[in-house]
Ligand binder design. Structure first.
Ligand SMILES: Nc1nc2c(ncn2[C@@H]2O[C@H](COP(=O)(O)OP(=O)(O)OP(=O)(O)O)[C@@H](O)[C@H]2O)c(=O)[nH]1
Ligand SMILES: [Mg+2]
Length: 362
């Protein structure tokens, strides 16, 4: 019975470890960039399965004001994201309000840091395929300026609104072909350009088409944003600071039993003999007269008290001063505080002294 229980425990542990590994494997992030009104937020909602989670606009006004990460909720299939995947929505390239491209990257770093990720599995450059001009070349330039020159292999160009009627009778295929040419000229691969329709096609079909064109951001395959490793280093430094600040030292008297041998003087009864009952008896006679006497005594035994040296084992309670070092708050608390400090620093770097009332919390 005991053995069976142990086996069950081992199986349960293995299953938990497997589950943790699977969840960890799905912890990856995709960044959506592109001009305002292109359909980034619509796509974010489609991918995460959280309809309306990221507010969508009417295409005429810029809506998304800050980069925000959303987590995929829907169950995964062979060709879709799994729960835990992060989709980071961003403001439109040329309509970022008060934020510079650097600010946006700082906030994207902050989102990745919050979710303990150090790289992007892919970047989705979202463009409106219904307009008179795709502006892919410009958008690619902005993407490179924002994320760095090494990002191209990690970019997937997503052309939205495949369903819309284009001016001048241009077909969706022509838009796609043109985009592939521009992307290949910029160093990209043609199969990483995809045209989707988030509105009228079934969600599964759209995700499947998109999924085919995405780079797989598996182990070591992602794009690491410059400066992201510094955040982890900073967190470790702040964690060490917090541990120090939360450590107190006090002295405690700890009792201990000490055993030792001591010399002791005790009075003991000691036996002794002494002369007793002494009398004079005749030792020599001459002519009946005693001419010499001698003293004759008996022997008597007695006891008397005499001092003696004795060793004795004594047990004594003594107190030692012990220095005790302990944390006033848990390690987890220190870790959270260190993370918070890093995030606050990023927040300050972006918003500085500007009023932050309109900004969402980092
Ligand atoms: N017909 C059609 N409309 C779409 C598609 N994708 C997005 N839209 C519409 O395009 C408009 C703009 O979409 P958003 O998702 O808000 O665009 P955005 O890129 O997030 O815009 P900003 O937040 O301003 O940067 C909305 O009215 C969407 O409904 C699509 O595939 N087909
Ligand atoms: Mg948006």
């Amino acid at each position: 019975m005991r053995r069976l229980l142990l086996q069950l425990q081992a199986i349960l542990l293995l299953a938990l470890l497997l589950f943790a590994a699977v969840v960890k494997a799905h912890q990856q992030a995709y960044l959506l960039v592109g001009p305002s009104g292109a359909g980034k937020s619509t796509l974010t909602n489609l991918l995460t399965g959280g309809s309306g989670a990221s507010p969508e606009g009417d295409g005429a006004h810029s809506v998304t004001k800050l980069p925000v990460a959303f987590t995929v909720q829907s169950p995964c299939t062979r060709s879709s994201f799994c729960p835990g995947t992060l989709i980071i929505d961003t403001p439109g390239f040329w309509d970022t309000g008060d934020l510079s491209a650097d600010d946006i990257v700082t906030l994207v770093r902050s989102e990745l840091f919050k979710h303990q990720l150090s790289s992007l599995a892919g970047v989705l450059l979202v463009l409106d395929g219904s307009g008179p001009r795709l502006q892919l070349a410009n958008a690619l330039q902005s993407t490179l300026a924002m994320l760095g020159p090494g990002v191209i292999p990690h970019v997937t160009v997503v052309i939205t609104k495949a369903d819309s009627v284009r001016p001048g009778g241009v077909t969706a295929d022509e838009v796609l072909k043109h985009a592939q040419q521009v992307f290949v000229a910029a160093g990209g691969e043609a199969h990483r350009v995809v045209m989707i329709d988030s509105k009228t096609r079934p969600r599964a079909t759209t995700i499947e088409a998109l999924f085919e064109a995405l780079p797989r951001g598996g182990a070591g395959g992602g794009y690491t944003l410059a400066g992201i490793d510094d955040l982890a280093r900073k967190e470790e430094q702040y964690f060490a600071d917090e541990l120090k600040a939360n450590t107190v030292t006090r002295t405690e008297q700890v009792p201990r039993v000490e055993t030792r041998t001591v010399a002791k003087t005790v009075m003991a009864n000691v036996a002794f003999t002494y002369e007793c009952n002494c009398q004079k008896v005749c030792a020599k006679r001459a002519l009946g007269i005693c001419i010499k006497k001698k003293r004759v005594c008996g022997s008597c035994a007695g006891t008397r008290q005499e001092p003696r040296q004795q060793s004795e084992v004594v047990h004594e309670t003594v107190y030692d001063a012990k220095t005790i070092t302990e944390l006033v708050n848990s390690k987890e608390y220190c870790r959270q505080k260190a993370k918070r400090r890093v995030l606050d620093e990023l927040h300050r770097a972006v918003f500085g002294k500007r009023p932050t009332t309109t900004h969402q919390e980092l």
